[in-house]
Design a protein around this ligand. Sequence first.
Ligand code: BG6
Length: 508
Amino acid sequence: METVVPKQALELEMAGKAAGPCVFVLFGAAGDLTKRKLLPALFNLVKAKLLPNDFALMGVSVDDLSLDAFRDQVSQFLPSDDTESRNWLRDRLFYERGDFADGSLFSRLGQRLAQIDLEFHTQGNYLFYLAVAPKFFGPVVQQLGTAGLSQQGDGHWRRVVIEKPFGQDLESAKALNRSISTVLQENQIYRIDHYLGKETVQNIMVFRFDNAIFEPIWNRRYIDHVQITNAETVGVERRGAYFDHAGTLRDMVPNHVMQLLSLTAMEPPVSFHADAVRDEQAKVLHSIQPLNSEEVLLRSVRGQYGEGFPDGERVPAYRAEPGVAAESRTETFVALKLNIDNWRWAGVPFYLRTGKRLAKRQTEIAIQFRRTPFQLFRNAPLHQPHTNTLVLQIQPAEGIALSFGAKIPGPLLRVGSVNMDFEYSQYFGADAYTGYEVLLYDCMIGDATLFQRSDMVEAGWCVVDPVLDVWKALPPRRFPNYASGTWGPAESDQLMAQDGRQWRRIEP
Ligand code: BG6
């Protein structure tokens, strides 16, 4: 198969555009996210020569570590394939121990950063990354303000990256937005959602807005409904204590699932500038009809996994996971039917489902087109009525597939469904990136397109809040209600069946 843009060419094209001088100040430098994602992503940026020479990383955490111990710890999480890049990064690592609630940490930090500026010519540009527990988001930002570290001016910038979850409902998200906006301008705030770092998620926009053939049919006249599936096979792993307070609805829907939905349903932006794109995303999120209590009962499904034997091996029920309450009522599966109240989408339901311990890991957006107005081949033997489905495969398979009807070869006229497939890996080779590279790089160059604005975050919570309220008032009666390794509770299928539809069959 012809390779359109060879990977090497892409890498060369990116080279030479290193970000400007800065210090990356990493709060939570000994945490899980740092080890699993942020350090490998930074390392990939070093290898791609996208970090400037005038760069340093200041790790901050409560752990009592010497500088050497911190440097050794970081090195452990870097691939060993490129000694030069490892040494490059190691020489630029620094560490400050402290309690995030303690003001003296921030004045010490200010002094250390000023020294680094002198030594590394980082020019007072600081990127503060809050890879910390959500309860520290507001307090750390306040402390940065008090210590004068958030103040931009004299040709230097200050930016703050905030991880998810951003709030636990609409009210707390608004309160957090209010609190951080007393210290930071909106353009200094980078609310991160790692789904926007995924190539296939970014490609939704390219697919829709750089190809003239799809946009004319991307609306209620041609589309019957849309299904967004975000299925995981893993359970809660080591995050039981966090997850048991959050649940799948909060953990996945206002952020990741809403990103997928907004990119699929938004209007074409007037440019690719951050606010032009985010205006359109916010607009479509605001157009989602909030569910009233009765609709929540009819259009939402929750589930919790019981034990099961997904690959022939027994896995425990959610309630038996470490950190989870023995009688937990927290959901690990959600299905929702949403409607978007605008001209493009009126009458086109968006069905969403996401859950843990499902039958297959698969994230995809399936656009189900309408049937032909008249079924010409309805009397053909073996004719199965089929529809055209366009599937944007986000992960782990990355690609796009279009199914359509074709004549099955032979003397009889028989119609079957066939696929036209594009696979990323075949065209572009395997992707060794974590998804965080582009996000970290964008923060350093000040491009906020792939970050959530305050209004987008709040719009996501507006969708979820009424469901949270009804679910809280009416605790689930029958948890667990699906076995690990299945496609969730029977009610999820009923949600579709009541509209005469069914979830797309995702082959194991
Ligand atoms: C995180 C959630 O934000 O996203 C996790 O907190 C979830 O519960 C994860 O497993 C899914 O991310 P990905 O990239 O594996 O789809």
